[in-house]
Design a protein around this ligand. Structure first.
Ligand code: DHB
Ligand code: FE
Length: 292
């Protein structure tokens, strides 16, 4: 059967993609950000998954205000990097895994979570920046990402957004779905976005290090408490875009210590934790957890 072996959590700041694509990674401003991912790139090389289930949010790129799915699973064979205003990022096309994605859709919908099935979708920085950070730079034509990716888009852009608790519960359903797939596949689940940031209005530029640290602590060691944080607390404490953090709870809920909403097994092993301010308008947060 397929198995979730590890989860990865990371911010997806679009300016990180621009810094990579424009060769600025060694500039003093960016150097400390990329340093935080050196270990991660090595770790991924030594722990290469067969499939990455990548939880991210679309930023009005694939979905406009005409259509706003709360949870959308990508079932396509390929996903093109999106044009976000500066042109598409020069990165490889993302290969999908239609068979596993279709199986997860079937199982998760039967577990009473409403998913939108997406057979065609361009992917923006929410998905490509985490891939670049973890996999390193790839030639757009000759290169390739290390494995197929199932994009899972969560609406955290247009209110109402799903609660952290619902995301955590959904993660548990996703794990059950993966574990009922016949083929022996090593699957990683990545939760992306965050940490504290607000991009507009009088509080634009808000960063809350205390909240970010508390969230990372709880995410790692007290996930039930992290899941119970009400959505208004993210907005109040971590800024309007800090709500992106609920996507990390989908990945955390899919780890093997969680069963039926309770902690029933040994805590996952913390392989790496990183936090840095600033990167563009956000705090960059990152962690890697391995199932025991
Ligand atoms: C920034 C961060 C985001 O998560 C995003 O989607 C867009 C911009 C920023 O920090 O500038
Ligand atoms: Fe974002």
């Amino acid at each position: 059967m397929a198995k979730i072996t590890a989860s990865v959590y990371t911010s997806h700041v679009p300016a990180i993609g621009a810094a990579l694509d424009l060769g600025k990674t060694q500039e003093p401003y960016w150097q400390p950000v990329f340093k935080g991912y050196e270990y991660s790139k090595q770790w991924l090389k030594g722990n290469k998954p067969d499939v990455i289930f990548l939880v991210f949010n679309d930023h009005a790129t694939a979905f406009s205000l005409e259509m706003i799915p709360t949870f959308a699973i990508g079932t396509a064979a390929q996903y093109q990097p999106a044009d976000e205003g500066w042109g598409p990022r020069p990165v490889p096309v993302v290969q999908g895994h239609p068979d596993l994605a279709g199986h997860i859709a079937q199982s998760v919908i039967q577990q009473d979570f409403d998913l939108t099935i997406v057979n065609k979708m361009d992917v923006d920085h929410g998905l490509t920046v985490p891939l670049s950070l973890m996999c390193g730079e790839q030639d757009p034509l000759q290169g390739a990402w290390p494995c197929p990716v199932i994009p899972f888009a969560v609406n955290v852009v247009q209110y109402p957004v799903p609660s952290g608790q619902r995301c955590f519960n959904l993660g548990q359903a996703i794990r059950k779905a993966v574990e009922s797939y016949d083929e022996d596949l090593n699957v990683q689940i990545w939760g992306t976005g965050g940490m504290s940031h607000q991009l507009q209005g009088p509080r634009a530029g808000l960063i809350n290090k205390e909240f970010d640290k508390m969230f990372l602590d709880k995410l790692i060691a007290d996930p039930l408490a992290a899941a119970a944080i009400p959505h208004i607390d993210y907005v109040r404490e971590a800024g309007s875009e800090g709500i992106e953090l609920v996507m990390w709870l989908i990945a955390r809920g899919a780890m093997s210590d969680i069963q039926d909403g309770k902690v029933t097994g040994p805590a996952p092993k913390l392989k790496h934790r990183f936090y840095h301010v600033p990167a563009s308008n956000t705090a960059v947060g990152h962690a890697i957890l391995e199932n025991q």
